[in-house]
Ligand binder design. Sequence first.
Ligand code: SF4
Length: 782
Amino acid sequence: MITLKEFRIAVRDIVSFLYASGDLSSETFQNVSALEGTKAHQYVQSHYTSEDQSEISISLMYEKNDYLLYLNGRMDGLIRQENIYVLDEIKSTRKNIFDETFTYNLEHLAQLKFYAYMYMKNEQLTDMEGRITYIQISDYKTRYFNFTFYLRDLEAFINDSIEEYLEWISIIEHYQRQKFDSIETLSFPFDTYRRGQREMMAAVYQTIKDKDILYAIAPTGIGKTMASLFSSIKALDNDRQKIFYTTAKTQGKTIALDAINLLKDKGLTIKALEITAKDTTCFLEKRNCDPNVCPFAKGFFDRLKDATIDIFSNEDILDRQTIESYAKKHEICPFEYSLYVSYFVDIIICDYNYVFDPRVHLVRYFDEFNYQPLLLVDEAHNMIQRSRDMYSATIFKSDLIKLRRLGSKLKPSIKHAIKKVLDALTVYEDRLTYAYFLSDKDIDETVYDTIRNLLTKIENSLKENSKYNNKTQILDIYFTFLAFVKIYEYYGETYLTNIYKDRDEDLIVELRCLDASKYILDTLENKAYGSTFFSATLHPIEYYKKLISQDVGETLKIKSPFPPEHLNLVLYNSVSTRYKDRDNSLDEVIKIIKETVQAKKGNYIAFFPSYQYLNQVYEKLSSDDIEIMLQEKDMGHFERHQTIDTFRSNSETSRLGLFVMGGMFSEGIDYIGDMLSGVIVVGVGLPMINELNNQLKDYYDQAFNKGFDYAYQYPGMNKVIQAVGRVIRTENDKGVAILIDDRFDTSYYRKLFPIEWKSYNRISSIKNLKKALSEFWKINQK
Ligand code: SF4
């Protein structure tokens, strides 16, 4: 007896693989968000009668060759018309559906045919009616395309489609088998575990098995990337699961890819994909996704299938370089290609926003029952700020003025629509005559309505003038306003509307989310199948748990594997770096920095809370025997790499970097061994006191009675802990960390110290500092 190979397939996957065709434009410009789509669907369904049904799950077992396929999907509607049922497939669009060139999409028709076939088989019918309902997002007008289906005709269509799809399935199935076999025999890639590594692995594994949420303090040196990936891979037990390794930095992606490559060398078969931001990976010098301009957008879907089969059959690690090389080979857009290929891989390495940002998240994995996302969130201390940003949006008045100029040759209706928005904004401008910063609980509905109207006018106008010269610049502005409208959908009690002017007197309207934990928790509880947030600096862990996922989740605190005596931590407690005391304490701060650097030749970093403070010190810090490097505002990646390389090279003298806390030199860099002998942290890292931070303070006061702590103190201390964390990166590293400010030596701050900061020296004079450093280096000098 032949054993059939069972496969679960979503109808949408088959039809998009086989029947998608044409240019990329419809996927980019016409993109409808998940929320907009759902609302439009619901609008159509709200007109159904009580005899009609909506959102009906459908499945069918289909045997073909030696496969038993479990076809499944969800029909939008089943409408009762006299004695028959009409199958309804609803599609929302930004296109003008009444345009004479508009017609139904072959992929949509194929989906309807599949559902009709499955329904007829299940209900033993020989024919049935079906329709595709297109609904315009701009005004919710609908247009129907009606069809009559006969089972005997559809038999052939379904059979041919599945025949063709099975070629692809057999490649996937072969891979899946290899993957699960290799996972079963996969052993940990090192001879020994680092201290705390096993503990973390067990916790991540259990979190996935229990579909739970975990917050883990995972100090540097325990091998957290390998621990989280290895246990997630080991927990894989069905092909619907996908591991999302999310991170805030490119460096984090590289480390994850290195770990997967190592496992691959040890015999693991797995497909992993790195998603690179659109602007970074774009092949054009200046991004212009218009298929009339970009050859990689033109006919994208016509070449996508071959490109997918090619890369899937030949590669396992689909990093940026690999994606770009196959995209070039098949002449398709690398970014959209990577998104499509993600359907078929097991590990997706990407920025947080592809999972959590409602405007860009990979909808399919988080809104459909066909996938089970397993989330690993690296450097999770960034998530509080990032989650607020992901649910906030801003518009600038200057964009409207620019738009008026760029669209001057388009229909006059655009000019009128811009004027309406500008008129609506006048209310804000008038109020700003008497205040420099306004904050409202609600947004003025007129502003919102006029922006929506403007978006529709732009969409229609560009459709009619698809080759318009300024289309790309107009689209850039369009997307900013579209993001604003999309975020408005979430506007609620944790939001404020801020209105102010920048230095150039440009009017800014911002929908500011003060707390996105409700939305993040929704993703974790209702869409993910186990989520682990980890970082070396989740101190105090309850704060992160509360502000990321409303206090829901387990916690794990792992101790640092490094001997605590390798770090000489000094609380220099006789200096105040408070703003009002800075002038008076400047000389003392400079003396401390010099004393630290001169105690032993090496590389040092002094971290400051602001550029202003940094420059103040720089201007007075003269020394012939120290090479000084300065962080400047707007430094790019190139300068960053150059500076880090300088730290790697040999030098006759000591080097001192003057950097800002929380900046590009304070996170995500491993200053290993002699690269760094010590850091001097000037001040407690408080964020700047201003209206925006005070809004957070007021909100946290009201919500948790912890205003100053949550808005200022905790984020500040996180930067301090990150800065100190640069010193000891391996078990052989030894170094000093001098924390300058009397506040560090108070219980209010000491309670936030990580557990490994148990022993520290309290020092209040240069003489004692000199002595302490000399003793430390005498013992620890190589
Ligand atoms: S290659 Fe660049 S311009 Fe072309 S579609 Fe992709 S992102 Fe757009």
